[in-house]
Design a protein around this ligand. Structure first.
Ligand SMILES: [Cu+2]
Length: 591
């Protein structure tokens, strides 16, 4: 039986809002940004929502910085309760009609989480993608209560890229970001100007994509109250309404010209696979991707044939050509990724049929473009983009320190599952304790878990200036976007694995598993590296049945940083670990 839910909101009636711009250079590099409780209207037909936002807006202002020109920000916490979001876990995963409750507005019988109601606005700001000294990186436990000042210094000694700033408080990042505490941050540099890329309005347009849900009143009408809802089977929140720059399913009028879209997935958990359609048919060849998380790729690439995949916190810098289109032409962006995302393919040609209640995707709509106005002079796309990075040479990686991390989901009785990053160390001998055996051809390596929870002892001490290879081994059924703070990295390999975990193999801290570097016969994923992933990344998708190797070199700042899954419900449920970057001359003193 195919159940259809009709949309309670009209799509493509609100104009796409453009976040206000805050160029640091116009303020001598010194900015004050206030965090405030405010109201925001997510759709023409919705009442106002209470939010917490930077400068009281959703999204916050887009901060623009120039490479090499430091920015100092006083993050002024003026937040006050009550906390604007109702957090709830519905008692059942589906309603009386069999519709998954996450596809529906309202609390679906859930009780408001009283601990969330009691939040008073402790916060800490992280600049995602920032090459930032540890003191200003936004350590999740170093909080600022309302009224306590925080002055953070951002050197901006990094390449041009789309970054974003957001709250990062231990345990409640999912709620604070959902409440509205996020904004974009663009770093610009001379290389981009040499290439003549669009900068600023009207042809450069930021797109911050999120998903939100709202409460219902007694008559079943939508109120504006934000609802963060999970259910007994899905511990992440996958709200039904897609919001771009703070509006549900907005419309952007474009001229017949080439536009540059700076796209960020700022959702808590949802992965998008974006397809551009005209008259129901995909027109992905209008899109050229020129940049990723940390800025320009080496050369422009088409987006993947199924569409542009962006997991939480991933970014894409896109040129989209509307120049041949007559006024009145309409193009629609749809999302074809079911949730929770597991890497499964979905053909772009079927995008109009992507709606899928079981896949927690009741409305695939994202955004519509309507062509209007005068043509602009055509823009050619440079064939060479970045020249400042190469793939790390095999010799550089041959002697590199290797670190292995298993991504593990632990089933819990009567509470949401626990997700952890199990840091592994080579075990001299398998002395009968639970261990992880990794079989690569004829070679077997045994590992033991040396850290599992955020508060466990730090085991990663990378040395500044030296390449490291981190292996991310996914032993769960979902794709996890893994984010490292500080320097960017490059993907080295993505390979299929086949694994077995014996009954009871996932303990509180121990882990028993056998992992073979070979394809499982039932595995349908291609485990390919997309062309758009061959740039400088700070967030990488690790799909089920997969091991991903990344090469990272920390360059500039010593100190305590974090790496974590960027599904915020995972990060808040322990899928986060510290690492400490070390200055080499201190190593002799670290015996
Ligand atoms: Cu995760």
């Amino acid at each position: 039986m195919r159940i259809v839910v009709t949309t309670p909101l009209a799509p493509f009636v609100d104009r796409l809002p453009l976040p206000s711009r805050l160029p640091a250079a116009e303020h001598d590099g010194r900015l004050t940004v206030r965090m405030r409780a405010a109201t925001h209207q997510f759709h023409r037909d919705l009442p106002s929502s209470s939010v917490w936002g930077f400068e009281g807006t959703v999204p916050g202002p887009t901060i623009e910085a120039e490479r090499g020109q430091p920015v100092t920000i006083e993050w002024r916490n003026e937040l006050q309760g009550p906390f604007p979001v109702v957090d709830t876990m519905a008692p059942r995963p589906t309603d009386a009609n069999g519709v998954p409750v996450q596809c529906l507005p309202g609390l679906s019988g859930g009780e408001p989480n009283r601990h969330a109601t009691g939040l008073i606005g402790n916060t800490v700001v992280h600049l995602h993608g920032g090459l930032t000294p540890a003191s200003y990186d936004g350590w999740a436990e170093n909080l600022f209560a309302p009224g306590q000042p925080a002055v953070f210094h951002y050197p901006m000694d990094q390449r041009a890229a789309l970054l974003w700033y957001h709250d990062h408080v231990m345990g409640i990042t999912k709620l604070d970001v959902y409440a509205g505490l996020a904004g974009l941050w663009i770093v610009r540099d001379e290389r981009e100007r040499e290439l003549g890329l669009p900068e600023g309005p009207p042809f450069e347009v930021p797109l911050l994509i999120q998903d939100r849900n709202f409460d219902l009143d007694e008559e079943g009408r939508l109120t504006g109250r934000l609802v963060h809802k999970t259910d007994p089977e899905v511990m992440e929140s996958f709200p039904p309404f897609t919001v771009v720059n703070g509006k549900v399913w907005p419309l952007l009028e474009v001229r017949p010209a080439t536009y540059r879209f700076r796209v960020l997935n700022g959702s808590n958990a949802r992965t998008y696979r974006l397809v551009l359609l005209r008259d129901g048919a995909p027109e992905l060849d209008r899109i050229t991707q020129i940049g990723t998380d940390h800025g320009l790729l080496r050369a422009p690439v088409p987006v993947p044939a199924d569409g542009l995949v962006l997991a939480s916190a991933e970014r894409a810098d896109l040129l989209v050509d509307f120049s041949d289109l007559a006024p009145g032409s309409e193009l629609t962006v749809l999302n074809t990724a079911a949730a929770p995302f597991d890497g499964s393919a979905f053909p772009a040609a079927d995008a109009e049929k992507a709606g899928d209640l079981e896949g927690l995707l009741p409305y695939p709509q994202v955004l519509r473009f309507r062509v209007a106005g005068e043509a602009a002079s055509p823009r050619s796309i440079p064939r060479e983009l970045a020249t400042d990075f190469v793939r790390p040479a095999a010799e550089a990686l041959a002697g590199a320190r290797r670190r292995a991390i298993a991504l593990v989901e632990r089933e819990m009785d009567g509470e949401p599952n626990m997700l952890t990053m199990r840091e592994l160390a080579v075990a001299a001998d398998a002395d009968g304790r639970p261990h992880v055996s990794v079989i690569d051809g004829g070679e077997t390596t045994n590992y033991r878990v040396v850290a599992a929870h955020f508060e466990d002892t730090t085991t990663f001490f990378p040395m500044l200036g030296e390449y490291e290879v981190w292996q991310l081994i996914n032993l769960t059924g979902d794709t996890h976007p893994i984010h490292l703070h500080l320097d960017p990295f490059q993907i080295v390999s993505r390979r299929p694995i086949r694994y077995q975990i014996p009954d009871g193999g996932i303990g509180e801290r121990d882990l028993a598993a056998t992992v073979a570097l070979e394809r499982d016969p039932d595995d349908e994923l291609d485990h390919a590296i997309d062309d758009n992933e061959r740039g400088l990344k700070d967030t990488i998708r690790v799909n089920p049945n997969e091991i991903v190797e990344i090469a990272v070199r920390f360059t500039t700042y010593s100190g305590r940083y974090m790496y974590h899954c960027h599904i915020l419900e995972h990060e808040d449920r322990d899928m986060m670990r510290p690492f400490v970057t070390m200055a080499p001359e201190l190593m002799p003193f670290m015996a």
